[in-house]
Design a binder for this molecule. Sequence first.
Ligand SMILES: [Ca+2]
Ligand SMILES: [Ca+2]
Length: 152
Amino acid sequence: MTAGKTISTANPGRRWRARWIWHEADNPAGSLFFNYTTWASANGIPGELPENDYDNDGLSNLMEYALGLDPKVSNPLTYNFDDNTITFPKGSDAINNGDVTYIIETATDLVAGDWNSSVTHTPPDASPTIQYSFPSDQPKGFARLRIILSAP
Ligand SMILES: [Ca+2]
Ligand SMILES: [Ca+2]
């Protein structure tokens, strides 16, 4: 399964533009989704697959699970961008279930397509957020959040 969303963000006052690419890796099938399945039922979307977007807000059910959003209500994107640091909240259910890996990948341009894993949180990392700070002397930068659902 591959799904993604690209968000462009202009940052007035900054020398660079940032582009966030939400990316989901291929996921294992079936029974490995036990914790996700439990979350889906508890949040009113029983039987919905992780790659689907039940509320059509552009964020897959898996991304809603990983970021602690409501899969039935259209959400704004939840990230904070302050100075040179981007911060994503992590969903408490996903943290507690220990089945989501969060990776912020960065690149200096999109032409070469060379993405580096800059920050990785693997279970049982219980940090409530994941963040990355761009070097202050970097003229432009790109970041994307990658979510991997795995067996707990
Ligand atoms: Ca959604
Ligand atoms: Ca939503």
